[in-house]
Design a protein around this ligand. Structure first.
Ligand code: C2E
Ligand code: MG
Ligand code: MG
Length: 653
């Protein structure tokens, strides 16, 4: 299949199959014409009807028709030539015979019989003029023929010196002209229908072509690729051969496009597509699937490695510069490869794998070729898919919040709840925030996501306050990028106002890394938040920024000791002494700076006892409760709540 060829202005389609059908019909019909002339020639003499004209012209006509038959049977593209010759030749034959009979062979008693005999063939001229691909030409020929017969008739009827004029012949000629008139009218109507049909068909074909074609480069588009990939896979499956999918991405195209302008960028892409089209083999399939991404399908691979050779050859072919705006541009591409059946057996899998292999090329410096590598790329692929799907996750109601209580280690009360984001992905199921929050951070989507969390948490805590009349506080995690937005302060104020929440009911959990984003800006935003009345906590304390001085300089209320230290407290192998010393140091600093200390990740009663004795104020962890849905939190907040075990109740009494 030569799908990569440029579509021409005259696409093969209905017109071609229509011509083929006519060709077959004529090949079958022409021998009858030959026979008619041979029979006429052979029988005219014995039957006493012979004229000099027939004796000379019939064999010529038979030979011409026979020759045309042979031409038509041998040459597929000879239809128009043959039809034109038949129509032209028959017109000349009939007109000459008419002139001969009426003006030269005067006195022949056979005129009428001869007229009838030969003029059987008149409809052929009209019919065949309809077959001609250029409708206007067909129309002109049939009009010219009708007009000529009429002129000859008029000449016969009105010529002054025509002694042998017979009324019978005039009557036959009148009927011949009337029959011609009817045939002409019908032919014109049919030609009109054909014209309309051809136009509609051409429109349909153009529409179909554009639906599956990228208009910029005139290469097949993503839609066409899907169709082709599916059928190529079926063929590969049937033949047991390999199919290579090459994902080609132009390096740095976005920057180039912005630098040279979009029109020049388009021109570059057009030239690139032309070059790709020229260098791929006839049986390969190349498509442009988006901006600067192309996919090449290579069928019939003996070894998976052959695909890499093809890719390298492609790269070599792109080395020569492209000329746009009188400048030379060198373009490199990153190519990722996946092979059926080695890497995947379905179209989506093959494309995804080739794409992730390409992504690996990009990461390792671009301008290279990489074959899909099972597990390494599967991880990358998941990340890319998650990053892509994050965009629609909020609209699709896939995000929700759960809440985990923070307990006062002395009174046992749970007054604070930390809001934790949950993503229920339609195909991957539950995705942990430790996986998607960093991705959202990288792509910048965390800003939108974080604002949603802030609003959702404020709304929720306001609802609990109304139903329980407790002074519940909600803790919301804030990512460094979200915090760095100039509009962050305003978004906090807006969330509080939107849900009618007192600022004291909100605590923001920031990581130590936030300090890295420029202390001045951080300090002023924190000051404003503090003046507003919002609580500020440092999350995962001890894992990030090493300077402790910021604790003194920044308006922090709470430190949350990272759960890794809490875990180490009870683990002899991990050196509990260090964890112990660290927690003691933190509580010492906190006491000095009048900060509240939360221990994260408490999983046992022993940890509670120890942390309490070390001076921690609050504790959070599975020992108290797992993160809960808002409905469970309402149950949890009820006095005498069954979710709090007797053991835990005893601890706090
Ligand atoms: P984090 O803020 O330190 O949240 C506490 C994490 O510890 C939660 O994990 C929680 O389920 C887990 N955890 C609580 N108690 C225990 C325990 O006893 N044992 C153990 N092993 N784990 C415990 P989660 O929900 O998976 O969240 C992970 C991290 O994702 C969070 O750590 C936070 O950094 C981030 N995150 C979660 N939600 C958001 C959010 O809305 N915005 C931002 N920026 N980050 C979020
Ligand atoms: Mg947190
Ligand atoms: Mg934490």
């Amino acid at each position: 299949m030569v799908a990569a060829t440029k579509p021409t202005s005259n696409p093969p389609g209905a017109e071609a199959s229509y011509a083929a059908r006519w060709q077959r019909t004529l090949v079958l019909a022409l021998p009858f014409g030959v026979l008619a002339f041979v029979a006429g020639w052979a029988l005219d003499g014995p039957s006493g009807q012979a004229t000099t004209f027939d004796a000379l012209v019939y064999p010529v006509m038979a030979i011409v028709l026979l020759a045309l038959h042979v031409v038509l049977a041998v040459r597929r593209d000879a239809l128009t030539f043959v039809v034109l010759t038949i129509v032209g030749g028959t017109s000349v034959f009939l007109l000459s015979k008419l002139v001969f009979l009426l003006f030269l062979d005067m006195g022949s008693a056979q005129v009428q019989a001869e007229l009838t005999e030969s003029f059987f063939w008149v409809p052929i001229i009209y019919l065949l003029s309809f077959v001609l691909p250029h409708v206007r030409l067909g129309r002109q020929i049939s009009v010219a023929f009708t007009a000529s017969i009429l002129l000859v008739t008029l000449a016969y009827a009105f010529a002054p010196d025509l002694p042998a004029r017979s009324l019978g012949v005039v009557s036959a000629l009148i009927q011949l002209n009337l029959a011609n008139g009817v045939l002409l009218a019908l032919t014109q109507a049919f030609i009109g229908f054909k014209e309309a049909y051809v136009r509609t068909q051409a429109r349909v074909e153009t529409a179909e072509r554009f639906a599956s074609m990228d208009p910029l480069t005139e290469l097949p588009n993503r839609f066409a690729l899907q169709g082709r990939l599916t059928s190529a896979l079926a063929e590969a499956q049937a033949s047991g051969e390999r199919l290579g999918v090459l994902f080609i991405d132009v390096d740095g195209f976005k920057v180039l496009n912005d630098t040279i302008g979009h029109e020049a960028g388009d021109e570059l892409l057009r030239q690139l597509a032309d070059r790709l089209r020229r260098v791929v083999r006839k049986d390969d399939f190349i498509a442009r699937i988006s901006g600067d991404e192309f996919v090449l399908l290579v069928a019939g691979l003996d070894e998976p490695q052959v695909a890499a050779f093809v890719a390298q050859k492609l790269q070599a072919d792109l080395v020569a510069p492209f000329h746009v705006l009188d400048q030379a541009f060198r373009v490199t591409v990153s190519i990722g490869i996946s092979v059926f059946p080695d890497d995947a057996a379905d179209p989506e899998g093959l494309l995804r794998h080739a794409d992730s292999a390409m992504y690996r090329v990009k990461r390792s410096g671009k301008n290279g070729v990489q074959q899909y590598r099972g597990e390494t790329d599967a991880h990358l692929e998941r990340q890319r898919a998650l990053e892509r799907d994050l965009r629609s996750a909020l609209q699709g109601d896939q995000m929700s919040l759960v809440y985990q209580p923070l307990h006062d280690l002395h009174t046992g009360e749970a007054r604070k709840f930390e809001a934790l984001l949950r993503w229920s992905h339609p195909t991957w199921g539950h995705v942990s925030p430790t996986e998607f929050v960093p991705l959202a951070e990288q792509s910048g989507q965390i800003v939108q996501l974080g604002t949603w969390v802030l609003n959702q948490a404020c709304k929720q805590v306001r609802t609990w306050q109304r139903t329980t009349h407790d002074r519940i506080q909600v803790c919301v995690n804030v990512s460094p990028l979200q915090f760095a937005q100039p509009s962050f302060y305003d978004s906090v104020v807006a969330a509080l106002e939107n849900h009618g929440l007192m600022p004291e009911a909100l605590e923001l959990e920031l990581t130590e890394n936030i300090v890295l984003h420029g202390v001045d800006h951080v300090a002023s935003t924190l000051d404003r938040l503090r003046r507003l009345g919002v609580g500020l906590a440092i999350d995962d304390f001890g894992t990030g920024y090493s300077s402790l001085a910021y604790l003194r300089d920044l308006p922090i209320d709470t430190i949350k000791i990272d759960r890794s230290f809490v875990k180490d407290l009870g683990s002899p192998r991990k050196g509990p002494q260090f964890a112990l010393a660290l927690v003691e140091a933190i509580t010492g600093i906190a006491r000095y700076l009048d900060l509240s200390v939360v221990a994260e990740g408490i999983e046992s009663r022993a940890q509670v006892e120890l942390l309490k004795s070390l001076g921690c104020h609050l504790g959070q962890g599975f020992y108290f409760a797992q993160p809960m849905t808002p409905e469970l939190v309402e149950l949890y907040l009820r006095p005498g709540d069954p979710l709090r075990t007797d053991e835990r109740a005893a601890l706090f009494n």
